[in-house]
Design a protein around this ligand. Structure first.
Ligand code: PEP
Ligand code: MG
Length: 887
């Protein structure tokens, strides 16, 4: 045994720590070894470590002598345990070859089953199994799969030959095919290979094996695997392990079966065994969604009103054993498991276990229930729920009272409600969604190549496939609502039309899916707000007990503030006041102000805005009574508010009495080549102090009014944006303090307030020690800080950043997840220098990163006092902050 090939099953030693390390042997390999070690029935096999994949992809070329020798030796272990020889014409050992990365990437990489069959061994298999039909069925499956995965031939060629063969015979199902039919098909398959490749299907079983190993390694870099990695933040340099394992057969007649199961319901988290199986079938039949599988339990079958017997009824002994395995695995792993199994002539074999992918709803229920059952503690429960997954729960669901025009009902494969326009392929889904359309992807079944379209869609509908089909598994992982196996859906890709139930539809028509009950409805259905109590409330309460940082929200309307408070926000971390200027009734006054020739013109226009701003703040302060509210003074370049087009200029000319030409000339003067680095932020306050004066007055008048009326004022924190120097802040802090004093005198009322600044420029971060002399708080504006540190425009970067991430230049988009090495260093420096000057300086973050769990973990490390995120991200931030504190 070398240290990159590990055997399991039979009398293999399972004490090697490296073998149980997922980073070495992948999730599948590590768990197979673990299952074998705890005495579960696992067919013997071996795992080639991920290191070999990484080496192979880097260096290419042939496999080393050491690896070949280690594989040969490991193969002997399988032969000895299975008591069969690989390539033996009389009694052949067949193996499966499967990928297995560190984390599961369902359907993204390749698998080959029945490897070791050739023209001679097929006869041996026929003789030893006593079932020639089975042997030839296995051989045709092998040729088809190997040709697709290893030889790179289009599997459609083989599908078509099979369809024609069935049609000729008048058969509907594969199970109707007789031994001779499969033999004839094998001959045809081999002819297809010869014709397409100019050489025969490989008969040498060792050549077959190495071909499959190579294909699994190569599949790590397939397009679909890359897309999946990008969507799931999986590094490209992990590589995949390869698992080679003795075949067991679920297609050996009516006492054989294959299935997938979850120890609890992965959609709801209910404590019910959940899964599907197919009698007389091989694993890929269940997952590929070609035959619609049967239920595992009698209860599930009865609930669905389905006829074909459940496994519990059809195979009671194997089922009873399976249930024991479920219990054992849950106790061992202390988590819900996702299992693959095969029953070969009545004997149960375990092919895989892993912690099961789950919806957010299920994740919460599982975490809370398992604490109740004593399987895990509160901290483990908090750490186990992916904060980003909470997003699924915070969005509206279909209103149960709203009328529904139900066209058909399929399987409730992934919960949630989705409405959108029908698209019939993944590329169209992506294109339409890029132009801002909400789309529903409708397919006969999805394959891993569709992943980009599934991501772009609001929801997914498939005509075929079960609850564990590719569509279902991937949709659940992505949090996309999905209805699978919907009866009565037929699609005509040529005319881009479809029929659902009795209704004729076309691409572009609107459809609504209810992933919780499988309903497919015509048109749009009304939605209602989410339920925040129950398991969600319990877990959030635990999280709040364990976090140190406060969580605030970025909001500028009373409605957003109210929602954020419901979600648990403890204040406003950023109120972008310019958003209040865009209101239709105010934009004219703003334009008048900008285009005025002088200060008195500007002041006249600002006088019109003052009562409106004051009213806005008043409403917000009432909602946020008693909480800190960071209000940022005007930040964006003024030309963002300018009129567009002649009609708007004319309207403004009429309203102001200034000529269109005059207005256009003034607008031209405001043009900037690089406005993001231009006349914006505190530079506006320095050059047009009357703007900030008006805003400060509106803030203080509002807060005094609220204090006087209700006695419960918030704590206003007036924030100056885009400061680079201490002097800028000194001038503007003076301005704010002066206005505050004026208002307090006028109102006969005094309230607490703070003046502080954003840290958005590298210079500000470096000079934080000096700037802190003028600032009571710093709020890290990491959007601008990222832009200015990297010299990458936040508005234009989407065009190239995806490639940067693909090519490993950035691990993640730095505007989504903080560039900790670079930008993070500036945050750290500023925090340290700010605190050195002012021990009690308040530190927070209000860039988009405030809602990103990885960035939040960094904020915890630096010791920030709070993070601020958009309302829907507040719960995510609460949980992520707790996880950061616990880790
Ligand atoms: C920032 O720059 O991070 C920030 C919060 O401000 P804005 O996004 O409004 O520029
Ligand atoms: Mg900014």
């Amino acid at each position: 045994m070398n240290d990159t090939v590990f055997t399991f099953g039979g009398d293999a030693s399972h004490s090697n720590a490296r073998q149980k390390d997922k980073t070495v042997t992948g999730g599948k390999g590590a768990n197979l070894a673990e299952m074998a070690a705890i005495g579960l029935p696992v067919p013997p096999g071996f795992t080639i470590a991920t290191d070999e994949c990484v080496r192979y992809l880097k260096e290419g070329g042939d496999f080393s002598d050491e690896l070949q020798a280690a594989v040969a030796k490991a193969l002997q272990h399988i032969e000895k345990t299975a008591e069969k020889q690989f390539g033996d014409a009389a009694d052949p050992l067949l193996v499966s070859v499967r990928s297995g990365a560190r984390v599961s990437m369902p359907g993204m990489m390749d698998t080959v089953l029945n490897l070791g069959l050739n023209d001679e061994t097929v006869e041996g298999l026929a003789a030893t199994s006593g079932d020639p039909r089975f042997a030839w069925d296995s051989y045709r499956r092998f040729i088809q799969m190997y040709s697709d995965v290893v030889l790179g031939l289009d599997h459609g060629l083989f599908e078509e030959a099979l369809e024609i063969a069935k049609e000729d015979k008048g058969f509907y199902n594969d199970t109707e095919m007789e031994c001779e039919d499969w033999q004839a098909l094998v001959a045809q398959y081999k002819a297809i290979v010869r014709e397409e490749l100019g050489e025969s299907f490989p008969q040498d079983v060792h050549r077959q094996l190495w071909g499959a190993i190579r294909a699994v390694f190569d599949s790590w870099d397939s397009e679909r695997a890359k897309v999946y990695r990008r969507l799931n933040d999986i590094p490209g340099d992990w590589g995949t392990a390869v698992n080679v394992q003795a075949m067991v057969f679920g297609n050996m007649g009516e006492t054989s079966a294959t299935g997938v199961a979850f120890t609890r319901d992965p959609a709801t988290g209910e404590r019910a065994y959940y899964g599907e199986y197919l009698i007389n079938a091989q694993g890929e039949d269940v997952v590929a969604g070609i035959r619609t599988p049967q239920y595992l339990t009698r209860a599930a079958r009865e609930a669905a009103g389905a006829k074909p017997l459940s496994m519990e009824e059809a195979m009671p002994d194997a089922y009873a054993e399976l249930v024991q395995v479920f219990e054992l695995l849950e106790r061992h792993y202390r988590d819900m498991q996702d299992i693959e199994f095969t029953v070969e002539r009545g004997k149960l074999w375990m092919l895989q276990t892993r912690s099961g992918k789950r919806t957010a709803k299920a994740a919460l229920k599982l975490a809370v229930d398992m604490v109740g059952e004593g399987l895990i503690d509160e901290k483990t429960a908090i750490l186990r729920v992916d904060p980003m997954a909470l997003d699924q729960l915070l969005h509206p669901t279909l209103d149960p009272e709203a009328p529904r025009d139900v066209l058909t009902t399929g399987l409730p494969a992934s919960p949630g409600a989705a409405s959108g326009r029908i698209v019939l392929d993944a590329d169209t889904a992506e294109q339409w969604s890029q132009r801002g359309e909400k789309v529903i992807l409708v397919r006969v079944e999805t394959s891993p190549e569709d992943i980009h379209g599934m991501h772009a869609a609001q929801g997914i509908l498939t005509a075929r496939g079960g609850m564990t089909s590719h569509a279902a598994v991937v949709a659940r992982g992505m949090g996309r609502p999905c209805v699978s196996g919907a009866p009565g859906v037929s699609i005509d890709l040529k005319t881009r039309t479809l029929r659902i139930g009795e209704r004729d539809l076309a691409e572009g028509d609107t459809l609504t899916l209810d992933g919780a009950n499988g309903q497919v409805m015509a048109g749009q259905v009304a939605t209602i707000e989410p339920e925040l109590a129950g398991d969600f409330g319990v877990l959030m309460e635990w999280a709040d007990r364990h976090r140190r940082m406060k969580v605030r929200t970025n909001a500028e309307t009373p409605a957003d503030c109210r929602m954020a408070r419901q979600f648990g926000a403890e204040g406003i971390g950023l109120c972008r006041t310019e958003h209040m200027f865009f209101d239709a009734s105010r934009i004219r006054a703003v334009r008048e102000m900008i285009l005025a020739d002088d200060e008195s013109g500007r002041r006249a226009a600002l006088d019109k805005l003052l009562p409106e701003q004051r009213a806005d703040f008043r409403e917000i302060f009432e909602v946020m009574a008693g909480l800190p509210c960071t209000i940022r003074l005007l930040d964006p370049p003024l030309h963002e508010f300018l009129p567009h087009g002649d009609a708007e200029f004319e309207e403004l000319a009429n309203a102001t009495g200034l000529g269109v030409d005059h207005l256009k000339r003034r607008a031209g003067e405001l043009h900037e080549f690089n406005p993001m680095l231009g006349h914006r932020g505190c530079r506006l306050g320095i050059t047009y102090p009357e703007i900030y004066e008006m805003q400060a007055r509106a803030i203080f008048e509002a807060v005094c009014d609220v204090a006087q009326d209700s006695g419960a004022a918030p704590l206003p924190e007036v924030m100056i944006p885009l400061v680079a120097t201490k002097r800028e802040l000194e001038l503007l802090r003076g301005l704010v303090d002066r206005i505050a004093a004026e208002v307090f005198a006028e109102k006969g009322c005094e309230v607490d307030y703070l003046v502080g600044t954003m840290i958005e420029l590298p210079r500000a971060a470096l000079m934080a020690g000096e700037i802190a002399e003028e600032a009571r708080f710093f709020s890290f504006g990491t959007n601008d800080l990222t832009q200015t540190t990297l010299g990458v425009s936040r508005d234009d970067s989407a065009r190239f950043l995806a490639q940067y991430v693909d090519r490993g230049i950035f691990a993640r988009d730095p505007f989504v997840s903080l560039d900790i090495d670079g930008v993070g260093q500036l945050v750290e420096i500023a925090a340290e220098r700010g605190r050195a000057t002012r021990g009690d300086i308040k530190l927070g973050i209000c860039g988009e990163h405030g809602g990103d769990p990885a960035s939040i973990a960094f904020c915890e490390q630096v010791g920030l006092d709070y993070v601020s995120a958009s309302p829907y991200r507040v719960p995510i931030a609460r949980l992520a902050a707790a996880q950061a504190a616990l880790r």
